[in-house]
Ligand binder design. Structure first.
Ligand code: PEP
Length: 244
């Protein structure tokens, strides 16, 4: 199956950064992966315009569960879709940890994304303490169960396994550890959704770089990569895409 490579720019990027997005689109020729970039919400509309007609999709990094209302500073799924996004990252660990997002809230946001016609990328992952205490699989499968609303069954969505301790640290799990967690997520998806759960792409995220992308992407049940820091420079991101 075609690998999915998604770049998460986090709170990085000004209008001048759109040239990096354009360079990704220009450098994609012949790539076998499906590629998306998720800039900060200030750039979603401009990036969608800049990449119109190319193969690169544009996504948001979070959304509010409500459609509109008195929620100063927040952005709804409908607003992202209106700006040209087709995907949205939800439940990223930086939001779970920094903004107290629970599985219930992530699940409500996933419902909002579906309502707006966006494809959710639902993030799960254990902390270092959880891994060291032997609870990684329990934590991750509980997050999968809690973060996916019943309305998602049969719909198109992506899961991303992102061990918190691997994000932005340069550390990565062993390929065996990645395979073990991806297999547990797959089993949970199949129990939950039947045959359609077998087709949900499960991305790996956490310190993916051009130098480790190919081996991570060829690990069993790894359907792609969610890339933070290395998605900010077109050359690095294209190096990762080349590994797909
Ligand atoms: C991320 O935050 O989604 C991520 C994977 O970051 P990095 O690639 O920088 O570790």
């Amino acid at each position: 199956m075609e690998k999915r490579i998604v770049g998460n720019w986090k709170m990085n990027g000004l209008s001048t950064s759109l040239r990096e997005a354009r360079a990704v689109a220009d450098g994609l020729r012949g790539a076998s992966a499906r590629v998306a970039l998720c800039p900060p919400s200030t750039l979603v509309e401009r990036m969608a315009r800049a990449l119109a007609g190319t193969e690169v999709q544009v996504g948001g990094q979070d959304c509010r569960a409500e459609e509109s209302g008195a929620f100063t500073g927040d952005v709804s799924a409908e607003m992202l879709a209106d700006a040209g996004a087709v995907l949205v990252i939800l439940g990223h660990s930086e939001r779970r940890a920094g903004f107290g997002e629970t599985d219930d809230l992530v699940s409500a946001k996933v419902g909002a994304a579906l309502r707006a016609g966006l494809q959710p990328i639902v993030c799960v992952g254990e902390t270092l303490a959880e891994r060291e205490s032997g609870r990684a699989l329990d934590v991750v499968t509980a997050q999968v169960r809690g973060s996916l609303p019943a309305s998602l069954d049969g719909k198109d969505f992506l899961l991303a396994y992102e061990p918190v301790w691997a994000i932005g640290t340069g550390l990565t799990p062993t390929l065996e550890q990645i395979a073990e967690v991806h297999a547990a997520i797959r089993a949970e998806l199949v129990v939950r959704q039947g045959p359609s759960g077998a087709r949900v792409p499960i991305l790996y995220g956490g310190s993916v770089k051009p130098g480790n992308a190919a081996e991570i992407l060829s690990t069993p049940e790894v359907g792609g990569a969610l890339v933070g820091g290395a998605s900010l420079k077109a050359a690095d991101f294209l190096g990762i895409i080349a590994g797909a």
